[in-house]
Design a binder for this molecule. Structure first.
Ligand code: GLU
Length: 414
């Protein structure tokens, strides 16, 4: 996966006059730590889980990125996600490098007490590389504010002081920020609204959402509230499609009660697997995992616009096919950067000890999404390149400036 992701870096580098040291510096993760976490289960038995934390690059600041709990997590995936975080933070001009962590576990099979022990074990294992000025975790796939709260608490006991800025996405009661829960979707939503005219979208435009977790549900609510019509939604257990539109609150209730598919009936048909990618719609929103759209299904995509709320949902081969078809892709490192942007706001609030209102958070988020989104969009037009490549060029020029400012003697011992 990392090799695939690096093709995007190489492509962007072709559009900039870069010192060779810069590219060399960004081609490898700076450090990846791997540990086996061992916990006691409720029934007294023992279980162990592989866990990683990657600090990919810290030239622009402490490394930043979520921790994922997923049964199929691998070290290669963690390093790739940390590479994407490096570019995401640079696109948004956040004073951070990129990092990521994971535990190879299906959290749905654990009791709440087991989940807490696993979360605390993670912090115990990695506390030596984590810190408010070093590496700052956050939620990701199948982790949430409750888990961040346990980890913040564990870190405080290890270092012997309260240190809320060590982790973001915490519960509000422990120094979390208002507006962090829906920030990923809200950022993508602000970006899409800002570019509506350029993308040729009008009121009543139809939307299909793949993935109905935190990002997907909030995106459905925001888009429906703005007059978009949600025509298809799916999650790991399948989905539904209704050309006349779906009611978002009913979708959320169905998901809570077990499955989206329970809504199937007159005018609502069920869909399986990747079929949602071929649904007739204006906007397709991948909001789950990597590699959803690949060489084998890209040609069948019918959407005109794709908003990547997931990280890495389109492979490089699929990108080429979509570009040829004229599909506009708002890429992950820009479109889903609302999450880490509000994480940054949370970290700032923790350090200054002064907290902002939800309105302040929203308006600051909107400003960043619109400014950086506009710069990327204009760059794409000026240079006649795809929006993804433009986002990488935009980020890479910031990264290169920071690497050069440090002095390359810093990185390559002669
Ligand atoms: N996991 C999110 C992402 O992939 C958020 C990271 C953060 O807030 O640090 O961008």
């Amino acid at each position: 996966m990392l090799d695939q992701a690096l093709t995007r870096l190489e492509e962007a580098a072709r559009h900039l006059q870069l010192d060779g040291d810069v590219l060399e510096k960004l081609k490898y993760p700076r450090e990846t730590t791997k540990t086996r976490l061992m916990i006691r289960m409720d029934d007294g038995s023992r279980k162990s889980f592989m866990a990683w934390r990657c600090r990919y690059d810290d030239t622009r600041g402490p490394t930043k990125g979520g921790i994922r709990f997923h049964p199929e997590a691998t070290m290669d995936e963690v390093e790739t996600l940390a590479f994407w975080m490096t570019f995401k933070c640079a696109v948004m001009n956040l004073p951070y490098g990129g990092g990521k962590g994971a535990v190879q576990v299906d959290p749905h099979t654990l009791s709440k007490a087991e989940l807490e022990r696993l979360s605390r074990a993670y912090m115990q294992a990695f506390s030596h590389i984590i810190g408010p000025d070093r590496d700052i975790p956050a939620p990701d796939v199948y982790t949430n504010s409750m888990i961040m709260g346990w980890m913040a608490d564990e870190y405080a006991s290890i270092v012997g002081r309260v240190s809320p800025a060590v982790i973001t996405g915490k519960p509000i009661a422990l120094g979390g920020s208002l507006g962090r829960d829906d920030a990923t979707a809200r950022g993508g939503f602000y970006l899409l609204r800002h570019l509506e005219t350029e993308l040729g979208l009008s009121r009543g435009a139809t939307v299909a959402i793949q993935g109905f977790g935190n990002a997907g549900t909030h995106m459905a609510r925001l888009l429906a509230g703005a007059g978009y019509r949600i025509v298809a939604v799916s999650d790991s257990r399948g989905g539904i499609h209704a050309p006349s539109g779906l009611d978002v609150e009913r979708l959320i209730a169905a998901k809570r009660n077990g499955s989206l598919k329970t809504l199937a009936g007159a005018g609502i048909r069920t869909i399986e697997g990747e079929a949602i990618t071929a649904v007739e719609c204006d906007v397709l929103v991948p909001a789950a995992l990597e590699n959803l759209i690949h060489e084998g299904n890209a040609a069948a995509v019918r959407a005109r616009v794709i908003v990547e709320l997931a990280n890495g949902p389109i492979t490089p081969e699929a990108d080429t096919i979509l570009e040829r078809k004229g599909v506009a892709v708002l890429p992950d490192i820009l479109a889903n950067a609302g999450g880490v942007t509000v994480s940054y706001f949370e970290w700032v609030q923790n350090r200054q000890g002064l907290y902002w209102t939800a309105e302040e958070i929203h308006s600051r988020l909107r400003a960043v999404m619109e400014n950086e989104g506009r710069s990327v969009w204009d760059l794409a037009r000026q240079r006649r390149i795809g929006v993804r490549t433009a986002a990488y060029v935009h980020a890479l020029s910031r990264l290169a400036e920071a690497i050069e400012a440090h002095g390359t003697q810093q990185f390559f011992t002669s």
